[in-house]
Design a protein around this ligand. Structure first.
Ligand code: FAD
Length: 385
């Protein structure tokens, strides 16, 4: 078979949100794609450990889903959020719209989204998803990748290009780092996050107004809530680890909630709140900037592997989805000359992705603090929290 006739082979490392979508993009370009995911198939397990139960999907992410005809399926199961609903300490509620009356972001279930994307990928005969395959090594000269299966056995493969969509602690990025002049910056913020649940009411209704992203902004810390399809809300409490650590007893917890998030207590349930809080733990938040994203025509990192951001701008996944769209356009432009597309990708994408990291850091202050200022009420924003 001539080189032109042979389908190019791409290994997508990571079958999370960005990896699964990226596989769909590559298969549309007639590449043969193998997705290697270290976890087991999330469609077959009861509990999926990982970050945030739901996410805010915005226009940036929707555009990328639209291109591979996945938008409708995803948004059918999403809940529109037209505004922020600010909960003041005294129980006063204030609405801050995201933009015009018809503009909104959507609350989507992370697991559902990942499942839908994996199923769409697997429908394509040119995509094979290998679960329980962890990338342990790659050779950027030969395109060889080495994977460890969950039973400990080692598998090798040789591909034309390796696409690292393996998240904030990317193994592909670690390998790139060793093989090129690589700039890398990571920052853990002092705040961690913990997820709590607000169930539906006894009459099976949402406990709060549905079409908003609820925010309890308390300057040094905050809590947010996004609606779920099952009429519950997922609450995320963001605060410095030393405050999490200072809450040692049920009384500490209830005093803290009475002082800060009084109106949420009856809606969560006191007993449930105590149980959830002491059963859970706070997770760290990291921001990562790096460059370049590629190494020759052999490897590229995308999504959180290239630009993990703190979640306050609600754009991490959205930006990762947009990465797929940007690369696709560049492959069009360069007629599938992978090396040329990768090189231009690093050039154009680094600035934008690093801007998202910076805006996410900025919004960290805006969400917990600035929404409490009068000036903020005069400003309108679209496409972020
Ligand atoms: P991940 O989702 O991390 O997926 C990486 C995949 O790679 C995983 O499946 C992992 O198992 C696999 N993997 C890792 N290492 C290997 C290996 N060596 N070999 C094989 N597989 C491997 N973003 C938004 O846009 N909107 C939001 O509202 C939002 N809310 C958030 C809330 C919180 C609390 C947090 C923490 C993040 C939030 N984000 C949000 C960000 C979003 O979660 C990430 O940007 C997104 O998950 C990135 O997707 P990804 O596929 O790049 O990485």
């Amino acid at each position: 078979m001539s080189e032109e006739m042979r389908k190019k082979r791409v290994a997508v490392i990571g079958g999370g949100l960005v990896g699964a979508l990226n596989a769909c993009y590559f298969s549309r370009r007639k590449y043969k794609v193998d997705v290697y995911e270290m976890r087991s198939d999330i469609r077959k397990v009861e509990v999926v450990r990982g970050r945030s139960i739901n996410l805010a999907l915005s226009v940036r992410g929707r555009e990328a889903l639209k291109m591979v005809e996945m938008e409708e399926e995803v948004i059918n199961k999403g809940i529109r959020m037209y505004s922020r609903m600010i909960h003041d300490r005294d129980g006063t509620l204030r609405i801050i719209p995201y933009g015009r009356k018809d503009q909104y972001i959507m609350s989507v279930d992370r697991r559902h989204l990942n499942e839908v994307l994996l199923t769409a990928a697997e429908k394509n005969p040119d995509i094979t998803v290998h679960f329980e395959h962890k990338l342990v090594n790659c050779d950027f000269n030969t395109g060889e990748i080495v994977l460890k299966r969950s039973d400990g056995t080692i598998v090798k493969d040789v591909v034309d290009a390796i696409i690292g969509c393996d998240g904030a602690f990317s193994a592909v990025r670690n390998q790139i780092m060793k093989n090129t002049l690589f700039n890398y910056q990571q920052e853990y913020i002092p705040h961690g996050y913990m997820e709590l649940n607000m169930p539906p009411t006894a009459s099976d209704e949402f406990a709060m107004a549905i079409n908003h992203l609820h925010i309890w902004a308390r300057n040094e810390y905050m809590m947010i809530a996004l609606p779920n399809q099952d009429k519950s809300f997922t609450l995320t409490l963001f605060m410095p680890f030393n405050i999490f650590d200072s809450i040692k007893t049920e009384d500490d917890l209830m005093n803290f909630f009475h002082k800060n998030f009084q109106d949420s207590i009856p809606l969560i349930g006191e007993k449930e709140l105590k149980q959830m809080f002491f059963k859970s733990k706070a997770f760290p938040l990291i921001s990562i900037k790096c460059s370049p994203y590629h190494i020759g025509n052999k490897a590229l990192i995308m999504g959180d592997a290239a630009h993990a951001s703190v979640p306050f701008y609600g754009q991490g996944m959205n930006c990762g989805f947009e990465d797929c769209l940007v690369l696709n356009d560049l492959l069009d432009k360069h007629r599938d000359d992978i090396g040329a597309a990768f090189e231009e990708y690093t050039k154009v994408r680094t600035i934008d992705a690093q801007a998202i990291c910076d805006l996410s850091m900025y919004n960290y202050i805006e969400m917990r603090q600035s929404v409490n200022s009068c000036l903020f009420l005069l400003r309108k924003k679209v496409d972020n929290f």
